[in-house]
Ligand binder design. Structure first.
Ligand code: PEP
Length: 247
C-alpha cells in the first residue's frame, strides 16, 4: 500500500504524521510506502529509518544531473533513501504534460538507480465512455515498459488509476477495477510470462476509502492500493488494517 501525499502537509505535519504511522503500522506484515513532497523526503527518511515503512517519491526527472531547473534526479532520491518513485501519475500527465516517452525514460532511470517505479496508468472519463479503457491502459503500459529486461520488469509496480476516480470520490466498482487489473495481468503474461506477471504487484488507485477498500482488495488481481486523500490522516491506518486481515 502506498500513500501519495501530493502537495500537502507542512514539514511539522509531515514529521508528526510519519512518526505516528511508524508506531501505528509497526505490526503490519506487508509493504507500506509513504510518498511525501520532495522537500520533506529527508525529514521523513530519518523517521522511517529502522522501521518497517518504506520511502517513496512522487516524481523524478530522467537525467542524472545538468541544466534542468527545478527537477530532481533519481540519483538524488536514491541518496536520501528513497526506494519507490511514482511515475506517470495522471496529474503529471495532464497538468504537466508528461508523455509516454518521458515516462518510459523515467522508469528506466529509476531502475538504473536501484529504485522501484510505481507506474500509473488509467483512462479518462471520456475515454471510458468511448469504450477505449483497455486500449488506453494497454498503450500506456506497453510504452512505460518498453525496452525493459525481464530482470528489471520484476522490480516494477503498476497502479491502475482511472482518472475519473482520482480525487473525485467516485471509486471504481470492484468488478470494473478487477477487469482492468486482469487485463493488465494478461498483457504482462503476453509481454513476458505467467510467472513474472504474477510477481508484479498491480495496485488500484482512485478515491480509496476505508468503506470501499475491502471490496476492491478481495478481487483476485488487485494486490494493493495507491491512496491519495485517505493517506493524509488516520484513514490510512484503517486501510492498512483492512489489508492486514487479508494477507
Ligand atoms: C492518487 O492521487 O494517486 C489517488 C489515488 O488519489 P485519491 O485517493 O485522492 O483519489
Amino acid at each position: 500500500m502506498a500513500g501519495n501525499w501530493k502537495m500537502n502537509k507542512t514539514r511539522e505535519e509531515a514529521m508528526f504524521f510519519s512518526n505516528k504511522l511508524t508506531q501505528d503500522l509497526a505490526g503490519m506484515n506487508f509493504q507500506i510506502v509513504l510518498c511525501p513532497p520532495f522537500v520533506f523526503l529527508q525529514n521523513v527518511a530519518e523517521i522511517l529509518t529502522g522501521t518497517k515503512l518504506h520511502l517513496g517519491a512522487q516524481n523524478c526527472y530522467y537525467e542524472r544531473s545538468g541544466a534542468f531547473t527545478g527537477e530532481v534526479s533519481p540519483l538524488m532520491l536514491k541518496e536520501i533513501g528513497v526506494e519507490y518513485v511514482i511515475v506517470g501519475h495522471s496529474e503529471r500527465r495532464h497538468i504537466f504534460g508528461e508523455t509516454d516517452e518521458m515516462i518510459n525514460k523515467k522508469v528506466k532511470a529509476i531502475l538504473d538507480n536501484g529504485m522501484k517505479p510505481v507506474i500509473c496508468v488509467g483512462e479518462t472519463k471520456e475515454e471510458r465512455e468511448r469504450g477505449l479503457t483497455f486500449c488506453v491502459v494497454e498503450s500506456q503500459t506497453r510504452q512505460a515498459l518498453f525496452g525493459l529486461s525481464k530482470d528489471n520488469v520484476e522490480k516494477v509496480v503498476i497502479a491502475y488509476e482511472p482518472v475519473w476516480a482520482i480525487g473525485t470520490g467516485i471509486v471504481a466498482k470492484p468488478y470494473q477495477a478487477q477487469e482492468v487489473h486482469r487485463f493488465i495481468r494478461k498483457l504482462l503474461e503476453q509481454l513476458y510470462d505467467e510467472e513474472l506477471a504474477q510477481k508484479i504487484p498491480i495496485l488500484y488507485g482512485g478515491s480509496i476509502k476505508p468503506d470501499n477498500f475491502f471490496g476492491l482488495m478481495i478481487q483476485p488481481d488487485i494486490d494493493g492500493g495507491l491512496v491519495g486523500g485517505a493517506s493524509l490522516d488516520d484513514q490510512f491506518i484503517e486501510l492498512a488494517k483492512i489489508i492486514s486481515w487479508l494477507v
